[in-house]
Design a protein around this ligand. Structure first.
Ligand code: 13P
Length: 249
């Protein structure tokens, strides 16, 4: 059985006061939720406050990005060991907004995944097609390229420590959720790539999250698909009541 993961990606939202207020409300709502991993990814400047607010809870904290070098003259960047030192356990890699606005490539993603693993973090590697790619029936091709590009040359042991998030770009922040069947089809295709590159065991163990307009009223339908192992939630993770009802689907 794959343990579900419900992860919130706060993107560039919430200052430190808002971060602390969120956890005050959220913690009691998920205090007995032991059925899944719960992860929140705040902005870098609020990581420490989030780690402190969730000490002695089962809520984990993750970064939204990292750079692949450990340290050096890289103004504005944050490394894996720095995220680990502040108390992060997880980190998002190559979110579609990183690809779209900051030009991140599959090769960048590969280096970031290795850096995250070396630092003892669990990378959540984000892949997904754009609207025009889906319309041109290129979804599988795009997923294949992104998957293999980002995971090339990982050992079996390294791969066993990563999580994949399927986030169709056209569903992010648009309110247009993929139907559970569409998401499951993409997840099946990704799992098939895992089998090809790694092994059948790796494929059946790999956790694949769906992201894109996940809300309290559609999470159940998505989670009813055996292929879907959890959610990566943007907008609906900003409100404690809404994200708690997603966690407690
Ligand atoms: P929304 O849930 O706001 O569509 O965002 C999804 C996302 O990008 C999570 O990483």
């Amino acid at each position: 059985m794959r343990r579900p993961i419900l992860a919130g990606n706060w993107k560039m939202y919430k200052n430190i006061t808002e971060t602390c207020a969120f956890f005050e409300k959220f913690k009691p709502l998920v205090a007995t939720s032991t059925h899944c991993d719960i992860v929140i990814c705040p902005t870098f400047v609020n990581l420490q406050a989030a780690v402190e607010a969730t000490r002695d809870t089962t809520i984990d904290i993750g970064g939204q990005n990292l750079f692949w070098e450990k340290e050096g003259a890289y103004t504005g960047e944050i490394s894996g060991p720095m995220l680990k030192a502040v108390g992060c356990k997880w980190v998002l890699v190559a979110h579609s907004e990183r690809r779209q606005y900051f030009g991140e490539t599959n090769e960048d993603a590969r280096k970031k995944i290795v850096a995250a693993l070396d630092a003892g973090l669990t990378p959540i590697y984000c892949i997904g097609e754009k609207l025009d790619e889906r319309q041109a029936e290129r979804t599988h091709e795009v997923l294949e390229t992104q998957f293999h590009g980002g995971t090339a040359r990982l050992t079996m042991e390294q791969f066993s420590r990563i999580v994949i998030a399927y986030e169709p770009c056209w569903a992010i922040g648009t309110g247009k959720v993929a139907t559970p069947e569409m998401a499951a089809d993409a997840h099946r295709y990704i799992r098939e790539q895992v089998r090809k590159s790694f092994s059948p065991e790796a494929a059946s163990a790999c956790r694949i999250l769906y992201g894109g307009s996940v809300k309290p009223d559609n999470i159940r339908g998505l989670m009813a698909q055996p292929e879907i192992d959890g959610g990566l939630v943007g907008g609906a993770s900003l409100d404690p009541v809404s994200f708690a009802s997603i966690v407690n689907f």
